[in-house]
Design a protein around this ligand. Structure first.
Ligand SMILES: Nc1nc2c(c(=O)[nH]1)N[C@H]1C(S)=C(S)[C@@H](COP(=O)(O)OP(=O)(O)OC[C@H]3O[C@@H](n4cnc5c(=O)[nH]c(N)nc54)[C@H](O)[C@@H]3O)O[C@H]1N2
Ligand SMILES: Nc1nc2c(c(=O)[nH]1)N[C@H]1C(S)=C(S)[C@@H](COP(=O)(O)OP(=O)(O)OC[C@H]3O[C@@H](n4cnc5c(=O)[nH]c(N)nc54)[C@H](O)[C@@H]3O)O[C@H]1N2
Ligand code: SF4
Ligand SMILES: [Mo]
Length: 702
C-alpha cells in the first residue's frame, strides 16, 4: 500500500481553497482517495475547507455519474462510441441549421463552466462554429447586472472592483451571505475569519438582508430590507451622501458625476423609506457611518443582482464607493491584477447589439437573458429554437419557470448535453456526453483568480489517472468541432491543450517572462500550494477600457431606468415575497447525490416568520402549498424569527423527484424546486437578468 499527498485548489465554489488530498495505491485495486483536508500551507486559504470538498471523493465514486456517452433510444439510455456521438451531433445540428437558420440551434452554459478551465478554453472552439445568437448561460440568473455595470462604467464587463476585505474598516454587504456561499465575485477563502478580523481591528460589518442570514448574525448591524427594495435604499444613501456633503474627492478620471447628483436628487431617504422598509433615520445614519469610516466598501451580490432593479443596484454600489473616495483605494474596492488577465486580452464586450426575437430582451457579450429561453423555443416562426446544447448546466432547476422550460425542452427536435448526470434537464437530451471527473483533470482557475481578494495563482495536475476511453471536457469540444467542421465545410484553426494555452497566457502576462516571478506552468509546478502575488492595489485609472479612459458615472441606459423605478408600486399587503437561500453543504442543483452532504434533517423547508404562520393558521413542520403566477409546489414550512415578516425563503436547486432522473440519493430526498415558482416575466429591464428574489407568492396549508 502506497500513500501519496497531493495539493490542489478546490474547484467547487469561488473560494478556491487549497486542499491536501491523500491517495492510496493498493496492488490490484484502482487508486483511491483516502483523505481530503484543508491545506494549511496555502497562504491564501490558510487551511480553510468546507464539507463540500470532502465530497469530491463521492463525486469521483458516484455510481450514478456517467462514464461514457449515452444515447436515448426510445425510453432507454444506451452507451454509444465517442466518434459516433460526435458525428450524430454534427449531422443533426447542421441539418437543422441548414433548414431553419443558424439561430435554430441554442446553447445554455451552466455555472461549472467557469470552474473548469478546459471548458473556459475550449467550449467556444465548437460553440463558436455554430454562429448562433441564441446563446444563454447562468450569468443571466446571477451576476449579469454586475458585468453590464462594469462594461458601461469602466469599459470592460470583467473589470469588477473587489472588496478589499483584509484592509477595510467598514464593510456594507447587501444581498450576499458569504458565510454560506463562501463568497462570490469576491474570492475569499476563510471569509469568517476575515470578517471577524475587520471587527477585531475596530471596524464594522453591516449586513442588509430580508433574512438574518449567518453573515447578518455575526454583523455589528443587520438591517431587514423588503426584497427588491435595495435600489431604494442605495438611492437614499447616495442622495444623503450628496445632500449632507459627505462625499470625498477622487483623483480618478470621471465623467458624469454632476448628472448623477441631479438624477438622484429627488430620491431622499424619507421618500425611499417605504419602498425598502427601512426608516429614513436609519438610512441617513448608515450613509454617515459609511462616509465617516476611513476605509469603507459597499458590496452587493446575488441577492441584489437577481431583483427587478438589479442593474440600478449595482450601479449605485459603484457610485457609493466612488463618491466616498473608496473606489480604487486600499480598504475600499480594488480590481485584481491576475496572472492570466482576461481584461487585458479580451475586448470590453458589447450590449444590446441585438435583442431576443419574442420579448426583445438585450444581448450582453453575445448572450441573451435566459428568462427568454423557453419562449424562444415555444413561439413558432422564423428563428424559433429547434435544438439545444447544454453544457454543465441544469436550467430546469436553475432558471425562472422551470416547468415551462421543461415543456419547451420536450418539444425540441434535438438536444445534447455535456454533463456528468442524467438529471432534471439532461433527461430531455437525446445524447449526453460526460467528461472525466475534476480530479482526473488538471486545474487552473481562469475565472476566480480574477475576482480574488489577493492576487494569487496556482496550477495543479490531475490526481487520478484518466480512465480508458474517457475524455476531458475540452477534448469533447474538440471532437464536436472537428465533426461539425467536417460536415459543414467550416474552417477549423488548430488548437492546443488548455495547459499549453494557460502557459502562453501566464508567460505573456504581468508576472510572466518579463517579470521577476517568471510565471509559467513549469514555475507554478514548483508552487503546489499556490503562489501569492501580493495584495490588491489601486490601478483602475490605467485599466479603464472606456473610450477616453474615463469612468462613465452616468450611463444613459441605467439613468433611463430611474423612470421605471419611480413608477414602481408597492407589493400587495396580503402577498408574501419569496427569496432564496444557500447552505454550506449544498451547491446549486447538482450536489445532492452525496450522502455525507444531505444526511440529517432536510434543509429545503420554506422559512416563514411565526406571525405570518399564525395569520395563515400554519404550524411548524406542516406541509404547505406555495403558489405564484406560474406554478404551485408543496413543501414543509419551518417557523423562523430570522425572517423579516412578509418574506419567506426557499433554497433553489431542489426538486429531484422528476421521472427519469438517475440520481438515487438526490431522489430519496428530493425537495421541491423554487424555480417552479419564479417568474420569467419578473426581470431587471436594463439587463434582462431574472428577478429570482422578491417573487410574490401565496402560502396555504396543503
Ligand atoms: N431561485 C433561484 N434560482 C437560482 C439561484 C438562486 O439563488 N435562486 N441561483 C442562480 C445561480 S447564482 C446560478 S450560478 C445558477 C446555476 O445554474 P446552472 O449552472 O444551470 O446549474 P447547476 O446546478 O450549477 O448545474 C450544474 C450542472 O453541471 C454538471 N457538472 C458539474 N461539473 C461538471 C463538469 O466539470 N463538466 C460538465 N460537463 N458538467 C458538470 C452537473 O451535473 C449539473 O448538471 O442557478 C441560478 N438559479
Ligand atoms: N454552499 C454554497 N455555496 C455557493 C453556492 C451554493 O449553491 N451553495 N452557489 C455559488 C454561486 S453559483 C453563487 S452565484 C454564489 C452566491 O453567493 P451570495 O451572493 O453570497 O449568495 P447567497 O448565499 O444566496 O446570499 C444572498 C443573500 O441575499 C439575500 N437576499 C435575497 N433577496 C434579497 C434582496 O432583495 N435584498 C437583499 N439585500 N438581500 C436579499 C438572501 O437572503 C441571502 O442571504 O454562491 C456560490 N457558493
Ligand atoms: S469553500 Fe468549500 S467548496 Fe468552496 S472552494 Fe473551499 S472547500 Fe471548496
Ligand atoms: Mo451563481
Amino acid at each position: 500500500m502506497t500513500k501519496t499527498l497531493h495539493h490542489r485548489a478546490c474547484h467547487l465554489c469561488e473560494a478556491i481553497c487549497g486542499l491536501t488530498i491523500e491517495t492510496t495505491a493498493t496492488e490490484g485495486e484502482p487508486l483511491r482517495i483516502s483523505s481530503i483536508k484543508g491545506d494549511g500551507n496555502d497562504s491564501f486559504s490558510r487551511g480553510h475547507i468546507c464539507p463540500k470538498a470532502v465530497a469530491l471523493q463521492d463525486i469521483q465514486n458516484d455510481p450514478d455519474r456517467l462514464r461514457q456517452p449515452m444515447l436515448k433510444v426510445g425510453n432507454e439510455w444506451q452507451p454509444i462510441e465517442w466518434q459516433a456521438a460526435f458525428d450524430l451531433v454534427a449531422q443533426r445540428l447542421w441539418a437543422i441549421q441548414q433548414r431553419d437558420g443558424q439561430n435554430a440551434v441554442a446553447v445554455y452554459q451552466g455555472n461549472p463552466s467557469v470552474h473548469n478551465y478546459g471548458l473556459m478554453t475550449h467550449s467556444n472552439y465548437f460553440l463558436g462554429l455554430l454562429k448562433t445568437r441564441n446563446r444563454y448561460s447562468a450569468t443571466s440568473v446571477d451576476q449579469l447586472p454586475q458585468h453590464l455595470t462594469s462594461h458601461l462604467m469602466y469599459g470592460h464587463g470583467l473589470l469588477l472592483p473587489i472588496p478589499d476585505i483584509d484592509h477595510t474598516d467598514f464593510m456594507l454587504i447587501l444581498g450576499g451571505n458569504p458565510l454560506a456561499s463562501n463568497g462570490s465575485i469576491m474570492t475569499v477563502p476563510d471569509v469568517e475569519k476575515r470578517l471577524k478580523a475587520i471587527q477585531a481591528r475596530g471596524g464594522k460589518l453591516v449586513v442588509v438582508d430580508p433574512r438574518r442570514s449567518e453573515t447578518a448574525a455575526m454583523a455589528d448591524q443587520h438591517l431587514f430590507i423588503r426584497p427588491g427594495g435595495d435600489a431604494a435604499l442605495l438611492l437614499g444613501l447616495l442622495n444623503t451622501l450628496f445632500a449632507e456633503g459627505l462625499t470625498r474627492a477622487t483623483t480618478l478620471p470621471v465623467d458624469g458625476l454632476d448628472t448623477v447628483r441631479q438624477a438622484v436628487a429627488p430620491f431622499t431617504a424619507e421618500d425611499m423609506s417605504a419602498l425598502c422598509g427601512i426608516d429614513a433615520g436609519r438610512i441617513r445614519e448608515l450613509a454617515r457611518n459609511f462616509a465617516a469610516a476611513d476605509k469603507a466598501v459597499c458590496y452587493g451580490r446575488m441577492g441584489v443582482s437577481t431583483q427587478a432593479f438589479g442593474t440600478l443596484c449595482h450601479w449605485l454600489v459603484q457610485l457609493i464607493n466612488l463618491v466616498t473616495g473608496n473606489l480604487d483605494r486600499v480598504g475600499g474596492a480594488l480590481c485584481t491584477e491576475p496572472a492570466v488577465d482576461l481584461v487585458a486580452t479580451t475586448s470590453g464586450g458589447h450590449f444590446n447589439l441585438w435583442q431576443s426575437r419574442v420579448s426583445g430582451l438585450p444581448e450582453y457579450a453575445g448572450e441573451l437573458p435566459v428568462a427568454a429561453l423557453a419562449e424562444e423555443m415555444l413561439t413558432e416562426g422564423q428563428g424559433q429554437i429547434k435544438a439545444l446544447i447544454t453544457v454543465a448546466g441544469n436550467p430546469v432547476l436553475s432558471t425562472p419557470n422551470g416547468r415551462r422550460l421543461e415543456q419547451a425542452l420536450d418539444g425540441l427536435e434535438f438536444m445534447v448535453s455535456v454533463d456528468l448526470y442524467i438529471n432534471e434537464t439532461t433527461r430531455y437530451a437525446d445524447l449526453i456526453l460526460p467528461s472525466t471527473s475534476a480530479l482526473e483533470n488538471d486545474h487552473y482557475d481562469t475565472t476566480f483568480n480574477m475576482f480574488a481578494v489577493r492576487n494569487v495563482s496556482r496550477f495543479n495536475r490531475a490526481i487520478l489517472p484518466k480512465p480508458d476511453g474517457a475524455l476531458h471536457d475540452w477534448e469533447i469540444f474538440v471532437g464536436l468541432a472537428e465533426a461539425f467542421a467536417a460536415i459543414s465545410g467550416k474552417e477549423l484553426k488548430p488548437t492546443l491543450p488548455p495547459a499549453q494555452l494557460i502557459d502562453i497566457g501566464l508567460r505573456r502576462g504581468r508576472y510572466g517572462d518579463e517579470s521577476p516571478f517568471g510565471l509559467s506552468i513549469e514555475t507554478l509546478a514548483g508552487h503546489p500550494h499556490g503562489i501569492d502575488l501580493g495584495p490588491l492595489k489601486p490601478n483602475l485609472a490605467l485599466r479603464l477600457k472606456t473610450p477616453g479612459q474615463r469612468i462613465q458615472a452616468a450611463p444613459q441606459a441605467i439613468l433611463d431606468d430611474l423612470q421605471r423605478f419611480a413608477a414602481q408600486q408597492l407589493p400587495r399587503e396580503d402577498e408574501l415575497l419569496m427569496i432564496g437561500r444557500r447552505h454550506v453543504r449544498s451547491n446549486n442543483s447538482w450536489m445532492h447525490n452525496y450522502h455525507r452532504l444531505v444526511k440529517g434533517k432536510p434543509r429545503h423547508q420554506l422559512l416563514m416568520h411565526p406571525e405570518d404562520m399564525q395569520h395563515r393558521g400554519l404550524n411548524d413542520g406542516q406541509r404547505v402549498r406555495i403558489s405564484s403566477r406560474v406554478g404551485v409546489i408543496e413543501v414543509e414550512v419551518a417557523a423562523s424569527t430570522d425572517m423579516m415578516p412578509g418574506v419567506v425563503s426557499l433554497p433553489h436547486g431542489w426538486g429531484h423527484a422528476r421521472p427519469g432522473v438517475q440520481m438515487d440519493i438526490a431522489r430519496s430526498q428530493p425537495g421541491a424546486s423554487a424555480n417552479d415558482l419564479t417568474d420569467e416575466r419578473h426581470f431587471d429591464a436594463v439587463s434582462g437578468n431574472a428577478a429570482l428574489n422578491g417573487v410574490p407568492v401565496q402560502v396555504v396549508a396543503a
